[in-house]
Write a protein that binds this ligand. Structure first.
Ligand code: UGA
Length: 448
């Protein structure tokens, strides 16, 4: 099929390349023409396993074309995916200006029947809003062309985005149009039947992918409710971890024991310094905002946000317990990305923690295997280093913030020779507490 993907962020790029790989002809467009020029050469501005090679392969085969003329790409395509950002406004309400702009352009460019499939995470009711804007902007055309709107939320995880696109746990199609639903099912057929030939990593291949057909409002809510529930699981276990610390229990054993109950499950119950990234913080706040707007206060969601905001500063409290006055202390931080296998630092707990240590007068030395530039909101007073060992040189305290693979096998004897004092805060509970204590470290995890 002829497909146009508007927006070349995580969702747009991964969607575009996945649809190209399964045999469609895909235009990926973005209003940032510099980004498009870069992508044309096969260079990908985000770090995502397998993505760059797949993009290069599909550019070469001609299935994937990067283009900066969105209107042209819309005219050439039968299905248009909206994959633009919906960043939060200060109130928590998502900013829909990029969605509105795209809808307007679709209205102005439409030249025949099209399906508009929205993958951006949007407030409940946005499918209807897009429809209205497209209709209003068709007024200049001689004909009013028929079109259908689909809500088709994306559930990919950063760091595993390519695998999630090829081997999803479900596909949700929300629409009021039978015709559009059938075309979308046809588009996704190779994914639904898992019968495509994808050479990179088939380890996650499924027998079949369930498809849920629903109305657009329910589909929009499925996305928010899923993210909000996952964030709730994490805030819940973080609260339990804090109770563990008070009563002397071990969160690793507690969550293991909980997870053995299949009704609870063992995933997304890892205690730590809380969730971040471009999705959970924005989406939980947006759902809470919608709930308030519609007179249904989101007491649980508000508590989930509050627990999470507090959790990252547990590290600072622990540091004060270990070091006393923070002024002039040297603190080595391992990890900047909000989670491993991504270079994304949006709403990363690392930034808040580092800024707080700097505010309290510490010298902060930072290492991340992938993030080499200062994240946008991070105080430039932090010193970026080239290895975990350089980060802890002369340090009074080491703090593990992101559980990158390379941190699991650190040489702690070497670290002991480098540090001034042997304090470790393990914000993700990845180290062996007993072993480190035997080596003479003063270790504390989260609820462990
Ligand atoms: C999340 C969802 O998992 C995806 O399904 C969804 O499509 C995506 O948001 C989105 O809306 O676009 P993502 O933000 O990439 O994906 O990251 P996750 O792997 O879900 O992790 C989110 C945060 O939770 C991270 O900060 C991570 O460190 C934290 N986390 C996760 C924990 O603290 N404990 C856990 O057990 C799991």
């Amino acid at each position: 099929m002829k497909v146009c993907v508007i927006g070349t962020g995580y969702v747009g790029l991964v969607t575009g390349v996945c649809l190209a790989e399964i045999g469609n002809n895909v235009f990926c467009v973005d209003k940032d023409s510099n980004k498009i020029e870069l992508l044309k050469t096969g260079k990908v501005p985000i770090y995502e396993e397998g993505l760059e090679e797949l993009i290069k392969k599909n550019i070469k085969s001609g299935h994937l074309i990067f283009h900066s003329d969105t209107s042209f790409a819309i005219k050439e395509s039968d299905i248009i995916f909206i994959c633009v950002g919906t960043p939060p406004l200060p109130s928590g309400k998502p900013n829909l200006s990029a969605i509105d702009e795209v809808a307007k352009l679709i209205g102005q460019s439409i030249n025949g029947y099209k399906i508009i499939s929205n993958k951006s995470t949007v407030p409940i009711g946005t499918a209807k809003r897009i429809k209205k804007i497209i209709k209003e902007n068709q007024n200049d055309n001689k004909n009013d062309y028929e079109f259908d709107i689909i809500s088709n939320p994306e559930f990919l995880k950063e760091g595993e985005a390519v695998a999630d696109a090829f081997f999803p746990e479900r596909i949700v199609i929300g629409s009021e149009s039978e015709k559009a639903i059938e075309i979308m099912k046809e588009l996704y057929k190779p994914i639904i039947n898992q019968d495509f030939d994808y050479a990179v990593n088939n380890a996650h291949k499924r027998d079949k992918v369930p498809v849920l057909i629903t109305d657009s409002t329910s589909s929009e809510l499925i996305k928010y409710a899923s993210n909000a529930f996952l964030a709730t699981k994490i805030s819940f276990v973080n609260e339990i971890a804090n109770i563990c610390e008070r009563v002397g229990a071990n969160i690793l054993d507690v969550t293991y024991g909980m997870g053995l109950d299949s009704r609870i499950g063992s995933r997304f119950i890892k205690a730590g310094i809380g969730w971040g990234g471009s999705c959970f913080p924005k989406d939980v706040r947006a759902l809470s905002y919608t709930a308030e707007e519609y007179g249904s206060p989101a007491n649980i969601l508000n508590a989930v946000i509050q627990v999470n905001n507090h959790q990252r500063f547990k590290v600072v409290q622990k540091a004060v317990n270990m070091l006393g006055i923070i002024d002039d202390k040297v603190i080595g931080i391992l990890g900047l990305a909000f989670k491993p296998n991504t270079n994304d630092t949006r709403e990363a707990p690392s930034v808040a923690i580092i800024n707080k240590f700097l505010e309290l007068g510490a010298e902060v030395r930072v290492y991340d295997p992938v993030v080499k530039d200062y994240p946008e909101n991070m105080d430039k007073g932090a010193i970026m280093t080239a290895s975990p060992y350089e980060a802890v040189e002369g340090a009074n305290l080491m703090v593990l913030v992101t559980e990158w693979d390379e941190f699991y096998n650190l040489d702690f004897k070497k670290i002991k020779n480098l540090m001034a004092n042997f304090n470790i805060i393990d914000g993700r509970n990845i180290f062996d507490k007993k072993k480190l204590q035997e080596l003479g470290f003063n270790y504390t995890g989260i609820g462990y």
